[in-house]
Every structure is written in structure tokens, then in C-alpha cells.
Design a protein around this ligand. Structure first.
Ligand code: SIN
Length: 287
């Protein structure tokens, strides 16, 4: 029997009593979707999933994205983007430095992702058994609702430029990344999206900018625009909008890429290993 335990933060809830490796009936699946829309981040503990089951459950939500960095995907599963610091025979098994800055997955596409489904294969721990490598989630709906009316008016109808290149080439712990191939460049031109986005399922307003990929406010390429963007970025990840997830092996977590932005906490390094895998749901053009 499915039950829900809200995290106590402004977003996030645990769902208990569901085995995601099984074929869920429509009633259970639809309840999960409703809970996800309500809580924005939803997680299930103690799951045992094969890569096929991870992909199959994700497909219940719709189409999946094939990541532009194919070399970071699980061999044979272009739908499974691997986030890991593990290196085997000199080759990283996935992206070693993904998500270390606040962002929303694929916000730089014309049709950004609807949501991501993340499965914890290996979680690092310190000498006292404390889990490391948490992920923080910030509610973009709460962030929008707590803006002053004055700021809400200033950003109404405005767009921001989302740039994959800004995120890809920024400073990273794992060192500079190799240049994008012409094909990767062609798949990721800069795009403009509304700063205030309406959630396609709940109709709620979301503050759709982030530190990682938002380059500037369209039509305000000046100091005033930069100051406004910085103010919005700072506001969007205030402590009271955040749920911080401490991972356990077997956690399966869904986040909504319209109503949530997230950041991975880099407080561990090899020989402490972290291995996570993500499917990314296709989405629709923001409005
Ligand atoms: C991501 O942004 O997809 C990675 C998040 C994480 O590693 O916690």
C-alpha cells in the first residue's frame, strides 16, 4: 500500500510501499505522477533495478532524451547518463563533474527536459559512515512566489538566454573539458526561454533561471540586466527553498526540471566512489 512522507522542506517527499522494478498498475502510476507534481521531488528507498527496469519505468512518463555526451552514457544504453567519479582502465565511466553548479537539466534545449529519474548505485561515505555527495534541490515555484511584486513585474514577459556552452566550459574540478564536436555544437545553440515559466501540468509559475546555464537576460545586455540576473540567481537558491537529499544505495529519485533546480555537493573524492545513473524525460517548449 503506497504512502507518502513529506520531507518537511518546501519540496520533496518519500513514497513508501512501491517496488519500481514491477509493472505498476495505472492507478499506482498516476498517483505517483500526481505526488510528483505536488512535491516536485519524490524519492523511493531500497529499490533494486536493472538498467532495463530503470529505462522501462522512465518510459511510462514519455519519451527519453539521448544525452549529447554519448561517451558518458552506460554502454548499450544511450538513455542512461552516468554521473560518477569512477575510472576503469584509465577511462571515466561517466561524467565526473556533472551538476556541481545549480541548474535544471537540459534547460538549454528548445524543449527542456520535463524531469529526471536518478538511481543511486554507489554512494561515498566518510570515516564515520556519514554519506557524502548529497544533492540539493531548490523549488522554483516557492522562489517565484516569494519574489517581491516589484521584481515579479520587472521580469514579467521577459526572456533569458540559456547556454549549454556556458555550463560546459566553466571551471571544473576534473579539469578543462575537451572542446565540443561540431555535431554537439549544432545540437546545443543558445536559446531564449521565459524567465517566469508556467508549469505545463500544474499551471504554477516557476522562476526559470539558474547559475549554471543562464547567460543573460534577453534585451538587457547591460549592467542593469546583469545585476537583475544575479539577484534572481541568488534569490532562487535561498536556504528556505531547499531540500537536501542524502543518498543511500538503492534510492530512486525523480525531480521536476521546470519547478526545481539542483546541485550536486562535491565533498568527496577517490578512493571514495560515487556512481549514479539518470534518465532524462523529454519536455515541451516553455511558455
Ligand atoms: C545531475 O545534475 O544530473 C547530477 C546530480 C548529482 O550528481 O547529484
Amino acid at each position: 500500500m503506497l504512502s507518502v512522507r513529506p520531507s518537511g522542506a518546501s519540496l520533496g517527499a518519500e513514497v513508501v510501499g512501491v517496488d519500481l522494478s514491477q509493472d505498476l498498475d495505472d492507478t499506482t502510476f498516476n498517483r505517483i505522477v500526481d505526488l510528483w507534481h505536488e512535491h516536485e521531488v519524490l524519492f523511493f528507498r531500497n529499490q533494486t533495478l536493472t538498467p532495463e527496469q530503470h529505462v522501462r519505468f522512465s518510459r511510462r512518463f514519455g519519451e527519453l532524451e539521448l544525452h549529447v555526451r554519448k561517451d558518458c552514457c552506460r554502454p548499450g544504453f544511450h538513455e542512461l547518463f552516468v554521473v560518477s567519479n569512477i575510472i576503469i582502465d584509465g577511462k571515466p565511466i561517466g561524467s565526473q563533474d556533472a551538476g556541481l553548479f545549480w541548474h535544471s537539466d537540459l534547460c538549454y534545449l528548445k524543449e527542456p527536459s520535463r524531469g529526471s529519474l536518478f538511481y543511486a548505485h554507489e554512494v561515498p561515505h566518510d570515516a564515520n559512515g556519514q554519506a557524502l555527495g548529497d544533492t540539493q534541490f531548490a523549488s522554483a515555484t516557492t522562489a517565484y512566489n516569494s519574489l517581491t511584486q516589484d521584481i515579479q513585474k520587472r521580469i514579467e514577459g521577459r526572456k533569458a538566454v540559456q547556454s549549454y556552452k556556458k555550463g560546459y566550459y566553466r571551471d571544473r574540478n576534473a579539469g578543462p573539458r575537451k572542446p565540443l564536436t561540431p555535431e554537439q555544437e549544432a545540437r546545443t545553440p543558445d536559446v531564449e526561454h521565459p524567465i517566469v515559466r508556467t508549469h505545463p501540468y500544474t499551471g504554477k509559475k516557476c522562476l526559470f533561471i539558474n547559475e549554471g546555464y543562464t547567460a543573460r537576460i534577453a534585451g538587457m545586455e547591460n549592467a542593469e540586466g546583469d545585476a537583475l540576473l544575479n539577484q534572481l540567481i541568488e534569490h532562487s537558491t535561498r536556504q528556505e527553498f531547499i531540500y537536501r537529499h542524502q543518498w543511500r544505495v538503492g534510492d530512486f529519485l525523480l525531480w521536476d526540471n521546470c519547478s526545481v533546480q539542483h546541485q550536486a555537493v562535491a565533498d568527496y573524492k577517490l578512493p571514495l566512489r560515487r556512481h549514479m545513473e539518470r534518465t532524462t524525460l523529454s519536455g515541451t517548449a516553455p511558455f
